[in-house]
Design a binder for this molecule. Structure first.
Ligand code: FAD
Length: 546
C-alpha cells in the first residue's frame, strides 16, 4: 500500500513537472522533443488523458498482465498480485508459465500459442497455481498487441478465478446425473414437458416406449389417448395449474398383440424463466412445466380381465348345472309316474278283492318293466361328471370369485361379510371347479341358515390361514348353528335339517366332504362355537390326481 502511494506521488510530481515544462518550453527545445513529451503527458484538454487508461488497467478487478512475444511478463496489475500471490517485482521478467500447474494438458497450451501466434485472441480455461501452491481454475483471455507494422509486439493476458463457478457447475451436473440415474431405474415412465409440450427430460422407460412405438413420440401418443379416453389434454391441464392422478388409458403398440395400458398422473411444475430479460426476476409469470408419470399396468389389467372372464365362466357353469338338474329331476318325476299309476291301480283292485292272481302277476310284471325302463331313462339323463384337470390354485382367489358371485344374494339377505384372507398362502394343486362349488355351497348354507333366524345383525366371516403345509378355510355365521346330535349326520347323503325342506336334496355337505377328501383334506364343524356355525376346512398342499 505504502509503495503504491509513493509511486502515485512520484507519478504526480513527474506529471506536474512535465505540465509546467510543456506550458512554456525553453527556447530552442527541438520540436520533436516537445511533440514526444506532449504525447507522454497527454493532452490536458483531451477528455481521456493516456494516464487514465493506465489507471483503469491498474485498478481493474481482473488479473491483467502484459508480456513480450515470448510471454515474459513486463507488467502485471494489482489484481494479478492479489490473485496469484506473487508480488509484482517478483514476476516481472519471468515467463507467464510460473502460473502453470501440471493439471492443464499440454495440448491446450499448444492451441493457445497456435492461436495467438496468428494474431488472434484465445480464450479458454487453465488450471493455475498460486505462489502458495494452491490450484485454481482460471478463465483466461490472451490477445496479441500489434505494432505499427502489424507485427506482434506484446501479449495482453487477462484472467479471473472461476473455481467457485466451476464447483457449482460440477455440483449441478452431478445432481442432474443423480436425478437421471434415479429416474432411469424407476420402473415408471417419467417425462418433463415444457409449456408447449416439448420433452425437457425423460427416463429409460420413456426411451423404451419410444423404441416400441418405432420412433413415434410417446408423449404425443399418451396426450392423444388422454384426450380421447379421459377427455382432457394433460399439457392444457398443467397450463391451468391442474394435476391429475391414476387416469387409465390404453394405447396401441405396433405388433404387440393387444393394447398396452398405462396409469397416468401429472403435476404442474413451476420453472423460472432463465432468459436474460428475467435475470432480475422482473417477469413474475413463470412457465408451468408438466411432470408426467405413466405406469404400465397392462399385466394387472389382463389379470383383472382374466378374473372377470373366469367369474363369468363360473356363473355360466352354475346356471348350466341348475338347468341340467331341473331337467333330470323333471324326467325322473315323469318316468316314475307310469309305475306309480300301475301300483295304485293294483292296490285299488287288491282292496276291492276282485283281482285274479294272473292279473296281479301281469300288473307286477308291468310295474317291474316300466320301473326298469324309468331307471334306464334316469341313468341316461344323469349329467356326466366333468373330469377336471388339476392345476395350481390360489384358495384366496377362488374364495374371492365365489364371494363376487354371491354378492347379490348376500346383499339381499342383509348379511355383512367379514373377509380376512391370509396375506400369503401356498398354492394347492387342486380342481378349481370342485373347490369353487364347495365354497359356494358352504356360503349358500350360511345364507339359508341366517334366513332361518330373526337376527337383525347377520354376519358371515370368512378367513384363510396357513397351518403347516395345509391351507385352512373357516366359514363362520351367526345363524342358528347345528345341534350336537346332527353334527355328523349333516354329512350323510339326503340328510335335510332345514325348516324349509323344499327344493333341497340333502347332498351338499355329503359332496363337500367328498371333494375335501379328494383334495387330501378334512372338514369339521367346530363343537365349541355356540353363537352360530363355524366350519373349518383344511386342504393339504399335496398333488391330486388329474
Ligand atoms: P511451455 O513449454 O512453456 O509451453 C507449453 C507449450 O506451449 C509448448 O510445448 C509450446 O507448444 C507452447 N509454447 C510455449 N511458449 C511458446 C512460445 N514462446 N512460442 C510458441 N509456442 C510456445 N499459462 C498458464 O498456465 N496460465 C496463465 O495464466 C497463462 N497466461 C498467459 C498469458 C499470456 C499473455 C501469454 C502469452 C501466455 C500465458 N500462458 C499462461 C501460457 C504460458 O506462457 C505457458 O505457455 C504455459 O504456462 C505452459 O508452460 P509450461 O512451462 O508448462 O510449458
Amino acid at each position: 500500500m505504502t509503495t503504491r502511494r509513493s509511486t502515485d506521488l512520484a507519478m504526480q510530481t513527474v506529471s506536474d513537472a512535465l505540465g509546467g515544462f510543456l506550458a512554456s518550453p525553453p527556447a530552442g527545445t527541438p520540436a520533436e522533443i516537445v511533440e514526444l513529451l506532449t504525447l507522454m503527458a497527454g493532452d490536458p484538454g483531451a477528455p481521456l488523458p493516456p494516464r487514465i487508461f493506465f489507471e483503469a488497467v491498474e485498478q481493474s478487478p481482473v488479473a491483467i498482465s502484459i508480456t513480450d512475444s515470448d510471454a515474459k511478463i513486463l507488467y502485471a496489475n494489482q489484481a494479478f498480485e492479489t490473485l496469484t500471490g506473487y508480488p509484482r517485482d517478483q514476476v516481472l521478467g519471468k515467463n507467464q508459465s510460473i502460473l502453470s500447474s501440471n493439471a492443464t494438458p499440454d495440448a491446450i497450451y499448444q492451441r493457445l500459442w497456435r492461436t495467438i501466434q496468428v494474431k488472434k485472441a484465445w480464450s479458454g480455461t487453465l488450471v493455475n497455481r498460486t505462489r502458495n501452491g494452491d490450484d485454481y481454475i482460471a478463465a483466461v483471455t490472451v490477445s496479441p498487441v500489434l505494432d505499427h507494422e502489424g507485427e506482434i509486439a506484446f501479449f495482453l493476458g487477462m484472467h479471473r478465478d472461476v473455481t467457485h463457478e466451476h464447483q457449482l457447475e460440477t455440483q449441478l451436473r452431478q445432481q442432474k446425473m443423480r436425478i437421471e440415474t434415479v429416474l432411469d431405474v424407476a420402473p415408471v415412465l417419467v417425462v418433463l414437458l415444457d409449456e408447449s409440450g416439448k420433452v425437457v427430460l425423460d427416463n429409460h422407460e420413456y426411451k423404451k416406449l419410444l423404441g416400441d412405438l418405432r420412433g413415434r413420440e410417446p408423449v404425443e401418443v399418451l396426450r392423444e389417448a388422454l384426450s380421447e379416453q379421459a377427455g382432457f389434454d394433460p399439457v392444457e391441464a398443467s397450463r391451468e395449474g391442474r394435476s391429475f392422478k391414476d387416469v387409465e388409458v390404453s394405447i396401441e403398440i405396433p405388433g404387440s398383440g393387444g393394447p398396452r395400458w398405462f396409469s397416468c398422473s401429472g403435476t404442474p411444475a413451476r420453472e423460472s424463466d432463465a432468459s436474460a430479460r428475467n435475470y432480475f426476476g422482473r417477469n413474475k409469470v413463470n412457465e408451468r412445466h408438466l411432470l408426467l408419470l405413466a405406469n404400465d399396468i397392462t399385466a394387472r389389467r389382463r389379470e383383472v380381465e382374466r378374473a372377470h372372464l373366469e367369474n363369468l365362466r363360473a356363473r355360466l357353469a352354475e346356471q348350466q348345472m341348475t338347468h341340467g338338474m331341473r331337467e333330470a329331476l323333471g324326467a325322473a318325476i315323469y318316468q316314475m309316474q307310469g309305475p306309480l299309476n300301475v301300483i295304485q291301480a293294483a292296490i285299488g283292485m287288491l282292496k276291492r278283492g276282485n283281482i285274479e292272481p294272473t292279473t296281479l302277476a301281469s300288473m307286477l310284471a308291468e310295474i317291474s318293466s316300466s320301473g326298469e325302463q324309468a331307471m334306464e331313462t334316469l341313468k341316461a339323463a344323469l349329467p356326466e361328471e366333468q373330469r377336471e384337470v388339476g392345476v395350481l390354485v390360489n384358495v384366496n382367489e377362488l374364495l374371492r370369485q365365489v364371494l363376487e358371485i354371491e354378492t347379490d344374494r348376500l346383499l339381499a339377505a342383509g348379511i355383512v361379510v367379514d373377509w380376512r384372507p391370509a396375506h400369503v398362502l401356498p398354492r394347492l394343486n387342486g380342481h378349481k371347479n370342485q373347490l369353487r362349488s364347495m365354497f359356494k355351497h358352504l356360503i349358500d348354507n350360511a345364507i339359508l341358515a341366517l334366513n332361518e333366524t330373526n337376527k337383525t345383525h347377520r354376519e358371515l366371516r370368512l378367513s384363510t390361514r396357513t397351518i403347516d403345509d395345509a391351507v385352512e378355510v373357516e366359514f363362520q355365521d351367526n345363524g342358528p348353528g347345528i345341534e350336537p346330535e346332527a353334527r355328523f349326520r349333516v354329512f350323510e347323503p339326503f340328510f335335510i335339517g332345514w325348516r324349509n325342506r323344499r327344493g333341497r336334496a340333502g347332498m351338499g355337505l355329503a359332496l363337500t366332504q367328498e371333494f375335501v377328501s379328494q383334495h387330501g383334506g378334512s372338514i369339521e364343524i367346530d363343537p365349541d362355537y355356540k353363537e352360530g356355525c363355524r366350519i373349518r376346512i383344511s386342504l393339504s398342499a399335496v398333488t391330486v390326481d388329474e
